[in-house]
Structures are given as structure tokens and as C-alpha cells.
Design a protein around this ligand. Structure first.
Ligand code: NAD
Length: 478
């Protein structure tokens, strides 16, 4: 078994205790993960705070150079990280390779940016400049569905903006973050990057810590609310990327045979454990039966197996708690609707759930109202597209959404009415690094990615200068 270490103050160290990490495809323990205690958490924050003094004064060029070296380090261990990701998270290896490639690309993207001053106004008399100052120590908290990629939405922008970081992965997928920590230890000055692991018990202490200036959190809406409460005592800066219950609306002009596989992929990628997955599907009554049939076909043909096996399209659910939750949604759907594919848990080891399609289910069913975060898709019927839009928006969430149509103008009209942070038309999950993204309503707060996402890691400051010299008389004010 490989030995994993925390990264605190530039040193790779053992945890105060250990935590078993389980491969969800086999239910076997694959590693003893070092687990930090409160003392180590405080050491990590103190190390980040101490490192901030000099890191915040390094040139942007130097920070960019080190971030590119860090990306090179990940590149050199691309396959190793991907294999570890499949082993701890469950996703098929080609998808894991893709996630790591995305994480490297995201790092290089942020390494190409800088928060240079913006001149907001310049006249003969005055100059107004917006400066972006680093904040201090950033706490980065990530979930277990995309542990590598989601960390790279936080670490690179935090660092290029001049901050230092304490990262805390989810307890069920900590190992890839610890490989990343090994790479960071070789690249960055001591204390600039710290990685600690917990047993779901240190998040509160980290977000409340008085020496943490900003919390960048990705996870569930329920935990996001706790984080918001926790940062209020010190009014820390905060970004929250939370849960979703994204609707797909299929207009009546499409070919169900062509659209069903795309919708199916959008609902079942990463076994449905995607914040932006299609979680509810609205289909016009004229195509409802055909679409249900095509989706059931896709579900019946999907290969669900260990992500390490070649040809696997869907791996297991990442952890036992989530697995039991998804089984619960299937049981509720059995009562509330009609299951036309999947629905039975396979009699094998591992947290496997076959893709499950549910039709004839009402808007108020649990599977429709809540975030299932698994490969179980409710298909709902609509007659009038305005009604479909209203029902799609009838939720506290507002993360993403998709519209499928051959008519650009009709699709755009629907897309404009969806209340969310992103809507795709005739495609899904295309997230270029320069596209700012953040959830609406209870799906988030603030922005990640793009220049706007980078600015979230800085304090904006205005410098308002009179061009006359200090000793010349001030003009009279009216
Ligand atoms: P979670 O909220 O249970 O855990 C997320 C992280 O928060 C973990 O690292 C966990 O240890 C930590 N945590 C737990 N309690 C905490 C506390 N009191 N204070 C601070 N941190 C605490 O979420 P999860 O189950 O790991 O992830 C799934 C959820 O994440 C889904 O709802 C999904 O939609 C959402 N998600 C959102 C995005 C996005 O970009 N919007 C991306 C991926 C996942």
C-alpha cells in the first residue's frame, strides 16, 4: 500500500491518526489516509499565514512560472493520478485521464492570467485605478465527485493572485489531492500550499479560523449553508459552488433518437454524480413515448462496471452513504412513477447502480424535487413549453440546464428564461476555463473560472489620484 502524507509548512508529514479509503468498485480498503487533528489544522493555517508574507510579494511572473512547473509535475504523473482517481472515486479510467487533463489545463489557464491594475478613468485632472490585492490564507474545500479538477478551480487562481492555501479534500477521495500535495511540495516555497485530510470533522474549524481570509467551497447546499454561517463571525470572503437539480427541456422539433443518447450521457456521466448533471427531463407529449423508449434503450445498453476495466461506461457510486441515498430515490420512484430501465441493484460487491429511467412521475415526487446525485432520471411530460419552463424554474436550485431544439430562436427564447448560472443549447458540460461560472439561487454564491473567478481571490481597491501636486490648492467643491 502506498504511503500518503499531509503537506504542512512544506513538509510531508503523517497525520495524527489514519482513515481507511475504500475502492467503491470492490469495497476494499486501498489506503490508510493520514488524518489531521485540530493541532495540525492550526499548524497548516499558521504555515500558510507565515508564507503569505513573502509569497504575496513575489512577482506575478514568478507565481506564473511556479504554477506552470506545478502543471508540468501533474503532467509527468498524469496516468498515476488518473489511476488513483479511478481507484478512489470509481469513474472509468478514460474519464479520470480526462479529469486530470482538465485540471492541468485549468492550472495553465490561471498561470496565464494576472490581476493587473485596471484604469477606470483618466482625465487631465485625475486618475482612478482599481488594484487587486491578495487576501491572505485561502481555505479550499472540495467534494468527492471531481476531486482533482475542483481543487484546480481554487488552488491556481488563489496562488496567482498572491494568496496561500490550505486545501481539504473530502474524506472518501483524499488520495489524489495528496499526490497533488507531493508535487506542490517540490515546486512551491514552504507553506504556500498545505493539504490536510479529515474525517468530515475539520471543515467547521477551518472555515471559522480567524487567520483564514477566504473560503472557496464546493459541495452540497446543506453544507454550504453551514459554511456561510461559519464565515460570518469574521466576515471572510466566500465562494460557494453548491448542489443543483438541473432541468433539460426538449422541444418538440427534435429527433428523439438523436437527442436521447446526448441527454442520457448528460444524466449519467460520472454515474450521475455531477453537480451540473441533467437531473430532470421535460419532454413534449408528442415525443414522450419515443424519448422514454430511446432512453431505456441507452440505459439497457450501458456498461456498468469497475472503472479500471476497459469498456466501462459507468463506474460505481462513490461511497456507501451516497449509494444508499440513491437506492432510496429508486425505491421512492418505484412508488411515484414507472421504472422502465434499471431499478434493480446488482448482486455483486461494489456500490453499483444501473442507470435507471423513470416515467409517468409527478412534479412533486421526491426524485423530481430533490438532487438525486446518481444515475436515476425522471422523465416528465409537458404540453406547453412555457409551462415546462415554469416547472423547470420551480426549485430552490439554479445551477445549470439544457435546451434541445433544431430551432435556434425557440431554443434561445427558452434558454433566456431558465433561472440558473449556465444553460447549454444542444450541448452539455462544455466548461472552458475562461467562462465564468457560478450558481443562481441556492446553488451558489460568487464565481469560479475566468477573469471574474480570479478576481474573487483578491480584494479590489480603488486608488483615486488628483493629478495636481499635493501642495497646489484644492479646487473648490460645489
Ligand atoms: P458535502 O457538502 O457533504 O462535502 C463537501 C466538502 O465539505 C467535503 O470536503 C466535506 O468534508 C466538507 N465539509 C463537511 N462538513 C463541513 C462543514 N461543516 N464545514 C465545512 N466543510 C465541511 O458534499 P459532497 O457530498 O462531498 O458533494 C456532493 C455535492 O457537491 C452535491 O450536492 C453536488 O451537486 C455538489 N457539487 C457542486 C459543484 C459545483 O460546482 N456547484 C461541483 C461538484 C459538486
Amino acid at each position: 500500500m502506498k504511503d500518503f502524507k499531509l503537506l504542512i509548512g512544506g513538509k510531508l508529514v503523517a497525520g495524527a491518526s489514519t482513515l481507511d479509503v475504500i475502492n467503491p468498485a470492490t469495497e476494499e480498503v486501498i489506503a490508510k489516509c493520514p488524518r489531521a487533528d485540530l493541532k495540525q489544522l492550526n499548524e497548516a493555517v499558521a504555515a500558510a499565514k507565515a508564507a503569505f508574507a513573502s509569497w504575496s510579494k513575489t512577482s506575478v511572473a514568478e507565481r506564473q512560472r511556479l504554477l506552470n512547473a506545478f502543471a508540468d509535475g501533474m503532467q509527468a504523473r498524469h496516468e498515476e493520478i488518473a489511476r488513483q482517481l479511478t481507484e478512489e472515486q470509481g469513474k472509468p479510467l478514460p474519464h479520470a485521464m480526462g479529469e486530470v487533463a482538465g485540471a492541468i489545463g485549468m492550472t495553465r489557464y490561471f498561470a496565464s492570467l494576472e490581476l493587473s491594475d485596471k484604469v477606470l478613468r483618466e482625465t487631465d485632472d485625475e486618475k482612478i485605478v482599481q488594484q487587486f490585492m491578495p487576501l491572505g490564507v485561502v481555505a479550499a474545500i472540495t467534494p468527492w465527485n471531481f476531486p482533482v479538477l475542483l481543487l484546480m478551480l481554487k488552488l491556481p487562481p488563489a496562488l496567482v493572485a498572491g494568496n496561500t492555501i490550505v486545501a481539504k479534500p473530502a474524506p472518501t477521495t483524499p488520495l489524489t489531492s495528496l499526490i497533488v500535495a507531493e508535487i506542490a511540495a517540490q515546486v512551491f516555497p514552504a507553506g504556500v500550499v498545505n493539504v490536510i485530510c479529515d474525517g468530515n470533522d475539520l471543515g467547521g474549524a477551518l472555515t471559522a479560523h480567524p487567520d483564514v481570509a477566504k473560503v472557496a467551497f464546493t459541495g452540497s447546499t446543506a453544507t454550504g449553508k453551514k459554511v456561510m454561517e461559519s464565515v460570518s463571525s469574521t466576515l471572510k470572503r466566500l465562494t460557494l459552488e453548491l448542489g443543483g437539480n438541473d432541468a433539460a427541456i426538449v422541444l418538440d422539433d427534435v429527433d428523439p433518437k438523436a437527442v436521447a443518447p446526448q441527454v442520457f450521457a448528460g444524466a449519467t456521466m460520472n454515474s450521475g454524480q455531477v453537480c451540473l448533471a441533467i437531473k430532470r427531463l421535460y419532454v413534449h407529449e408528442s415525443q414522450y413515448d419515443a424519448m422514454c423508449e430511446e432512453l431505456a434503450k441507452c440505459a439497457n445498453e450501458a456498461i456498468v462496471d469497475d472503472g479500471m476495466k476497459q469498456g466501462t461506461q459507468m463506474g460505481p457510486i462513490q461511497n456507501k452513504t451516497q449509494y444508499e441515498k440513491v437506492l432510496g430515490y429508486i425505491e421512492s420512484a418505484r412508488k411515484d412513477g414507472k421504472i422502465i430501465a434499471g431499478g434493480e441493484k446488482p448482486s455483486r460487491k461494489g456500490y453499483f447502480i444501473p442507470p435507471t429511467i423513470v416515467r409517468d412521475i409527478a412534479d412533486d415526487a421526491k426524485l423530481v424535487r430533490e438532487e438525486q446525485f446518481g444515475p436515476v432520471l425522471p422523465v416528465l411530460r409537458y404540453t406547453d413549453v412555457e409551462d415546462a419552463v415554469r416547472r423547470a424554474n420551480d426549485t430552490d436550485y439554479g445551477l445549470g440546464g439544457t435546451v434541445w431544439s433544431n430551432d435556434y430562436n425557440r431554443a434561445m427564447d427558452v434558454a433566456r428564461k431558465i433561472e440558473s448560472g449556465v444553460v447549454w443549447v444542444n450541448k452539455h458540460l462544455d466548461l472552458p476555463p475562461d467562462m465564468p461560472f457560478g450558481g443562481a439561487k441556492q446553488s451558489g454564491h460568487g464565481t469560479e473560472m475566468g477573469r471574474e473567478g480570479l478576481e474573487e481571490f483578491a480584494q479590489s481597491k480603488i486608488i483615486n489620484v488628483a493629478k495636481r501636486s499635493a501642495s497646489s490648492p484644492a479646487p473648490a467643491h460645489h
